[in-house]
Design a protein around this ligand. Structure first.
Ligand SMILES: *Cc1c(COP(=O)(O)O)cnc(C)c1O
Length: 394
């Protein structure tokens, strides 16, 4: 018994030795600019709560009311007896918000990718996939059994030559990309990708997990940001980031949504979002539709924080979004830096291999509309102090 699990002990020890072991901290407060983590009060720079909605009273109230009206759980998969009126309402509201024909809600963004990709391509088809796409896209691609052609990150010219060479060998093809790349904070060149999809007869899909609530007018996402409404077949979304709740969705052409209702396996074989989650997401959409105030504040904070980090002499990569990587490269230094920040009262996660390649370790600071200037200034003072202490800046 012990022997056949010994390999796990070895593998875990190796992770510790290489400073690649992920430590999971426990939060005992709501999500806000401050968090109580492992018994300590720290400034929060690592959640995806871009708009501060995770602890918004309007979302909490909507969740409570839905719980009282519909109960705690959906009690079945949606095709059997688990579709409640709130799910349908959320789908209609999401489609309107994203200016898409229709939408379908999943349990998470991860599930939306696992559901959508294998329903669209299979054996004998091809997927052209950016080499830095999110794990859930990669897993969705693998599950589909289509051939996967990885193209160099955000490189439409390289993609074009791969399409010229390989596209004609396959029946259907899917071109898939992250909208905002979550580790570097850069944006996909969507207009060029859409043109290539048209030219080479590929379905095109973008995962807008870090784009909605952030890019485009009022946070409508990357498709809106580039004015490409109606040109992208499938948009994947998550409600666990800017929306502040949990859940995922696919938005796009009505015929695709109708097909996914018949074929997407996480939709058919796993129960749906709870009434409370669903109602909270509806409240988030209402807030976004009413005003662009939160999105504007997020960007104002982003510009301020990035400027200050650069003035301090830090390398913050090539992000053009609120995702702000402090590029330290060395895994050991990155772990140490993040640990020291935590001790000094700033919570920002170290990200290293295998999430990013070896030698590209960084600390990722996530900005939010929940931050006020004083939160950022306090954090910047601490970041500068730790940076000098560890020799990352002078
Ligand atoms: C976070 C993320 C997901 C997963 O979303 P969940 O709703 O948390 O499952 C999917 N795709 C991308 C690009 C992401 O950044």
């Amino acid at each position: 018994m012990g022997d056949r699990l010994a390999w796990i002990e070895d593998a875990l020890r190796e992770l510790h030795e290489k400073n690649l072991y992920v430590t999971i901290r426990t939060i005992t407060s709501p999500q806000g600019p401050w968090l109580e983590v492992d018994g300590r009060r720290v400034l929060n720079f690592c959640s995806n709560n871009y708009l501060g909605l995770a602890n918004d009273v309007r979302l909490v109230q909507a969740a409570k009311e839905a719980c009282e009206r519909f109960g705690a759980g959906p009690a079945a998969v949606r095709t059997i007896a688990g579709t409640i009126a709130l799910h349908n309402e959320l789908e209609a509201r999401l489609a309107r918000f994203k200016e898409a024909e229709a939408a379908l809600v999943f349990q998470s963004g991860f599930c939306a990718n696992l559901g959508a990709i294998p329903a669209l391509v299979g054996t004998g088809d091809a997927i052209f996939s950016d080499e830095l796409n999110h794990a859930s896209i990669i897993d969705g691609c693998r599950l589909s059994r289509a051939d996967i052609v990885r193209y160099p990150h955000n490189d439409p010219a390289a993609l074009r030559s791969l399409l010229s060479e390989r596209r004609s060998h396959y029946q259907r093809a899917l071109l898939v990309t992250d909208g905002v790349f979550s580790m570097d904070g850069d944006i996909a060149p969507l207009p060029e990708l859409v043109a290539l999809a048209d030219e080479f007869d590929c379905m095109i899909m973008v995962d807008d997990a870090h784009g909605e609530g952030v890019l485009g007018e009022g946070g409508r996402g990357i498709v809106h940001h580039f004015g490409l409404q109606g040109r992208v077949d499938i948009e994947i979304g998550t409600m666990s980031k800017a929306f502040g709740v949990v859940g995922g969705y696919v938005a796009g052409k009505a015929v695709i949504i109708e097909w996914l209702r018949q074929r997407a396996r996480p939709f058919l074989f796993s129960s749906a979002m709870t009434p409370a989650d669903t109602a909270a997401c509806l409240a988030a959409i209402s807030i976004l539709e009413e005003s662009t105030e939160l999105v504007n504040k997020l960007w104002k904070n982003t510009y301020y924080f990035k400027d200050q980090m650069q003035l301090l002499g830090f390398d913050i990569g090539k992000s053009t979004t609120p995702i702000t990587p402090l590029m330290l490269k060395d895994e050991m230094l990155t772990q140490r830096f993040s640990q020291r920040l935590f001790e000094e009262g700033v919570f920002a996660t170290a990200i290293s291999y295998p999430t990013v390649p070896l030698g590209k370790a960084r600390i990722r600071f996530m900005l939010s509309a929940a931050h006020e200037r004083e939160h950022m200034d306090e954090a910047l003072t601490i970041i500068a102090r730790v940076g000098r202490e560890l020799g990352a800046i002078r």
